[in-house]
Write a protein that binds this ligand. Structure first.
Ligand code: SF4
Length: 335
């Protein structure tokens, strides 16, 4: 989808200055000692459009999964706004979140671990229907489950089997069926293929794309494999230490990255041309990811940034730019 077509679509989800901080207790805490907190997500803002796939990338510990869980209300945000179809969900009661979850569903990383081993496949897929529509007739539930199994490439005659009887790829199909049975508008995919073999990864990604076209879904696709994100995404969000450092169409982010962190990430993406792959320059990042309990002052990337200047320790950059490309760096002019 080109960015003009995307920009004209309805905004489904708007996140503004979202912060998820976890209080940390280290040993005995005296009342005069300041409380420490782990800033898992710290001031992320973005919009998601109808039918869009937003890829989210970054190192482990950058806040990708916490962001996803905060959007669906599985972790509590400390501040900011999560607006779903014009309605701010933060600060709402459990019923508002429950209602929103008929529209927003999640697919988890470890397919087998996310399925209850004591339930049959049919019961697992039917569970959201039984929760949200307890009066639905058994026969209708069964028909819907069988139809959804067909849609995700599972034979309906396997409906009474248990998760351990399936391969990893099939378990992820069961997880996808469970997420889609309520016909949501948005599916958050939290590293849905990283626990699978490479050949199975492609099948699951292709299945998600097919279902997106058929059901008009929007997707937030979290992954650390940049090649997979590139394949599926309309736009890409790059996160570092709980912050959004770059957001743009995949063309802009992959081919003209502006943030030094994104440039280093993209330099490591494999090129499917052996000659170019042999001669490409990979930008290695020095040092470890700092602790989100005690992040660097100013720009959080400055301790590893090859372009850092003195100002970077004093001033915190904000994400600036336009729909197609925005970046958070003091040395990049607003686009
Ligand atoms: S603000 Fe400074 S430290 Fe941060 S990415 Fe830009 S140049 Fe590097």
């Amino acid at each position: 989808m080109n960015d003009i077509a995307l920009k004209d679509r309805k905004v489904l989800l708007e996140i503004a200055d979202l912060r998820v901080h976890f209080d940390i207790k280290e040993g005995k805490q005296w009342f005069w000692q300041p409380k420490k907190s782990l800033k898992a997500v710290d001031g992320v803002s973005l919009r998601l459009y109808e039918g869009e796939t937003l890829g989210v990338v970054g190192e482990s510990g950058c806040g990708k999964s916490t962001l996803a869980r905060a959007i669906i209300g599985l972790v509590k945000a400390k501040g900011g706004r999560v607006t779903w179809l014009g309605r701010d969900l933060l600060g709402q009661d459990d019923k508002a979140w429950r209602d929103a979850r008929t529209d927003i569903q999640m697919i988890f990383q470890d397919p087998l671990a996310s399925l209850n081993p004591r339930m049959t496949v049919g019961d697992i897929i039917a569970e959201p229907l039984k929760t949200y529509y307890p009066k639905m007739a058994k026969r209708e539930v069964s028909e819907k489950v069988r139809a959804m199994m067909m849609k995700v490439g599972l034979l309906p005659n396997l409906i009474n089997r248990y998760p351990h009887e399936f391969s990893g790829g099939q378990c992820q199909r069961i997880g996808i069926a469970r997420a889609l049975i309520l016909e949501p508008k948005l599916v958050i995919c939290d590293e849905p293929v990283s626990a699978l073999d490479v050949s199975i990864q492609a099948q699951v990604v292709n299945l998600l794309q097919k279902l997106q076209r058929e059901m008009g879904l929007s997707l937030i696709f979290i992954a650390h494999d940049l090649a997979v994100v590139k394949h599926i995404s309309d736009r890409v969000l790059v996160m570092y230490l709980g912050h959004a450092v770059e957001l743009g169409t995949y063309d802009q982010v992959y081919h003209q990255p502006l943030h030094p962190y994104t440039q280093a990430l993209m330099s490591a993406v494999p090129i499917p041309d052996p000659d170019k792959e042999l001669t490409k320059q990979v930008q290695l990042l020095e040092g470890e990811l700092p602790s989100p309990i005690d992040p660097p002052s100013g720009c959080v990337f400055r301790t590893r940034c090859p372009q850092a200047v003195a100002e970077c320790a004093k001033t915190k950059p904000v994400l600036e730019g336009n729909f197609s490309h925005a970046v958070s760096c003091l040395k990049v002019d607003p686009l």
